[in-house]
Write a protein that binds this ligand. Sequence first.
Ligand code: SIN
Length: 576
Amino acid sequence: MIKADESRSLNGHPPRLAAKQIKITIPLQHNIIIVGAGLAGLYAALKLAPTPVTVLTTKTLGRSASSLWAQGGIAAAIGEGDTAKAHAEDTIKAGKGLVNEEIAELVTKEATDRIHDLLAFGVPFDKDLKGRLELSKEAAHSTNRIVRVSGDQAGAAIMAALIEAVKKTPSITVIENISVHKLSTKNDQVNGVYVWPAAEQTVGQGQLLTANAVVLATGGSGALYSKTTNPSSARGEGLAMAAEAGALIADPEFIQFHPTAIDAGLDPAPLATEALRGEAAHLIDNTGHRIMETIHPDMEMAPRDIVARTVFRNVTSGKGAFLDCRMIPAERMKTHYKTVMENCRKAGLNPITTPIPVAPAAHFHMGGIVTDQWGRSSLKGLWACGEVAATGLHGANRLASNSLLEAIVFADRIAKDLTKIDSYLQKPSQQEDTNIQTITLHETSHKRSDVETESSDQAIKQLRETMFTYVGLERSEDGLRLALDKLNELEPYFKNQQRNQNMLLTAKFILVGALMRQQSVGSHFRIDDEQSPAPPPLRSFTTLCELESNLTNLQSAGSANKVNDTVTSQTEVPAG
Ligand code: SIN
């Protein structure tokens, strides 16, 4: 484990404001670099053993990933009478015509093997008295098929088991407190990453670390929204870095909002897991009326986008939305929903006696870096897995608990793909021989003043609020155009700040994707959708060049013209 030496900051001030340089002993050449130490990154590293890999993480191991916070669990057709086919069908149905069916079949078929891998890594999945895995139900699944740990603690427990396994695996080098904000390319191939100390502002040039292969496992984009269930590290940087390097991006407009974030003014907003609704918790308004009653026959178990929009409308209209868990026995709440209970306690709430106030929050990015069935991006040398990837599994609306499954299936496939290729089969001793030296990661004459720091923090706040207000659960062309003007105004505040420019770029991918898609589908809801009957939806594929040309057209056309008259079409290809 290598840690950036923060002790060199001046006068004990936080390094962001005062450090001139941070030194770190680190090899400059690597075999495989995995960016991100969430479930996808660590699982890929473990499955690659004994092939040497370097995992880069912005915090200490196990501190920054969204996976840690997952409450629901992993969907797998592992129960009696359930089949991978039925799981694939539920996935396809939820995705609203935009799921790649081959991918859905492949992922659901491999689910059981991956759950057995996790058991072998020591994950203590919940079991019944006969020793069989206990399975719970979540929305839009036709049967109980979610494997969980101690009720709502799947993410933390899975990550704890994997971190233990990583620490015991000599082929894995973890470098902590280090950030990647840019990929390096040579002859159209990704050949490394640029790194900065995580505590520093990302002004100046990063340090190049070269690699035979780079795997992006950087997570999603939820933190681009002012209301999110994701950690602040989930700011969509992987998508931006890959796009900057020339990779193909898919479906950036599809952001899933979780219907039941606890509405207690916290940022990020803690989750009240969907499993509670699976156990019969009701969604009610401030008169006690069940808000899903007239909306969908499956009520609280309706597809996530429908529940999220209903909750949103209730909250914005002042009728309120509350998750009433009082029908779940108090003892069960205490033993199976410890995370929810603790989150409520921190917010001064007691779900055993009082319904939990809830509101939707950005939760999962269905779009991302286009990858094939082996997790390969469109760029040589670059693979991606976990939320940053767009494998085609989720379509316009992800089925609950399919995200951790997708992460491990594709992390495993990437490991298999990389070990098939001879040049990646370096022995650990070879990696140790590479050019290890002390390097200066960051040395800049541009020390940011408090005022500069504050203004870029304010700009980030505005970006996040703009995204939630105009690029959130309900979208319209006028709102999206207004949001684009607002994002453009923020540009000067992010000058020379690679990290914040990445955030802005991903926000623009989402926004322009939403402008281009004029028809509502799944999580993308246009209140100005007038297309009836609707043509069958298509997945959207785009690049940085297309984004830039669309932005130029939008700017030169001004806000008077309609988007379809002025913007060149993003490439759309049919699902599957
Ligand atoms: C939840 O526990 O409600 C989240 C599960 C998921 O997003 O898949």
